[in-house]
Design a protein around this ligand. Structure first.
Ligand SMILES: NC(=O)c1ccc[n+]([C@@H]2O[C@H](COP(=O)([O-])OP(=O)(O)OC[C@H]3O[C@@H](n4cnc5c(N)ncnc54)[C@H](OP(=O)(O)O)[C@@H]3O)[C@@H](O)[C@H]2O)c1
Length: 335
């Protein structure tokens, strides 16, 4: 099969399309013939920092058709259209994953390939209203946004949530989920075009974080009740502002460090405001099922910014690195 392989970390050009051996599923696994693979920022971290040993196929998100199962008992999956839950071996607890936890695409070979082998437990039937490209845009970012908003963030209908950096894949799903759940959503972006697209997707207010007074603008739009929840995926540059902006007793759920991971935190502000600072990563199998059922029943469709053929993974990484996308970037994989 053909796959996009990395041997050693570096710029996008370290990604190479190669012929590799098609993997065989063990008894508790299935092999999925992939039709699309979604990109995530995680793929950039993995590509830049990969140190081996041996070649690695990147990619956490994929959708396709089950073409082989490792044991007869799983034969019911054969031929079914599926998407893959990239949260592997989460474990029994809901509050955090167990010690065996992994995310598909490092160290286990991922989805930038014509086929991937995954545990049977990580297969989910593809929602009928999504084609393979749209389905491949959902798993990692959708799952992360779901747990961040509803489990960790306890968002309720009528509350106000702030989503900084709406161009992000995670933030895009969070916008759609929060609106469908009846929340009021304020977004920020460094791009007027992205702000306009977010308004088109239902954002109630949209503020350019390039404006010197953007915090004041957010505060004014939030009104007297203030911001109940901030979902922060950019880290160093945005979290201090989130702390200033969230209401007394509000929640900040943080999950990423795109702008850096070191923080000088004003503890007085945090404890005086009785703010809940809550870390989150990915989600449990139960949350994945809930999230896909929600997408299915509300007929939610992702914003797919650009689709590249598998052989153009280098260009896809360049686009994501430049941060020009609104929503998801997807690799399509020919039958
Ligand atoms: N913990 C987890 O489970 C988990 C899961 C998924 C992602 N993540 C992390 O979350 C982050 C986002 O992932 P992604 O895949 O959604 O990334 P992405 O699609 O590459 O999103 C990047 C976006 O970050 C925004 N941004 C950059 N600098 C900003 C700033 N100073 N202020 C506000 N926004 C800024 C930009 O938004 P605008 O263009 O709108 O300005 C940009 O489009 C990454 O760090 C990723 O590793 C963590």
């Amino acid at each position: 099969m053909r796959a996009v392989v990395v041997y050693r970390g570096g710029p996008p050009e370290v990604l190479g399309l190669e012929d590799v051996q098609t993997p065989a599923p063990s008894p508790d696994q299935a092999r999925v013939r992939l039709r699309a693979a979604g990109l995530n920022h995680r793929d950039l971290w993995n590509r830049r920092g990969y140190t081996g040993p041996g070649p690695l196929i990147l990619g956490s998100d994929g959708a396709g058709v089950v073409e082989a199962v490792g044991a007869e008992v799983h034969q019911g999956w054969a031929g079914r259209e599926v998407l893959i839950n990239p949260s592997l071996y989460w474990g029994a607890r809901e509050d955090a994953p167990g010690p065996g936890y992994q995310i598909l695409g490092n160290p286990m070979n991922g989805t930038y390939a014509e086929a991937v082998v995954v545990p049977i437990a990580n297969l989910t039937p593809k929602p009928a209203h999504l084609d393979f490209v749209a389905a491949a845009a959902l798993p990692l970012a959708g799952l992360t946004a779901w747990r961040a908003l509803f489990t960790q963030g306890a968002l309720r209908s009528g509350q106000t949530v702030l989503l900084p950096g709406i161009g992000s894949g995670v933030a895009g799903w969070a916008l759609m989920f929060a609106k469908e759940a009846g929340a009021r959503v304020i977004v920020t972006s460094g791009s007027e075009e992205k702000l306009a697209r977010a308004r088109g997707q239902g954002a109630d207010d949209a503020v350019n974080y390039g404006d010197p007074d953007w915090e004041l603008q957010v505060r004014q739009r939030a009104g007297e009740a203030g911001i109940d929840l901030v979902l922060d995926h950019t880290g160093e540059k945005t979290l201090p502002a989130a702390l200033r902006l969230v209401r007394m007793g509000g929640r900040i759920v943080f999950l990423g460090a795109t702008t850096g991971q070191q923080l000088i935190l004003n503890l007085r502000t945090a404890f005086f405001k009785q703010v809940h600072l809550i870390g989150t990563t990915m989600g449990s199998p139960r949350e994945f099922d809930e999230m896909v059922a929600f997408v299915d029943s509300h007929r939610i469709r992702p914003d797919v910014h650009h689709v590249f053929p598998l052989g153009e993974a280098v260009e896809a990484h360049r686009l994501m690195e430049a941060g020009r996308q609104y929503g998801k970037i997807v690799l399509s994989i020919a039958e």
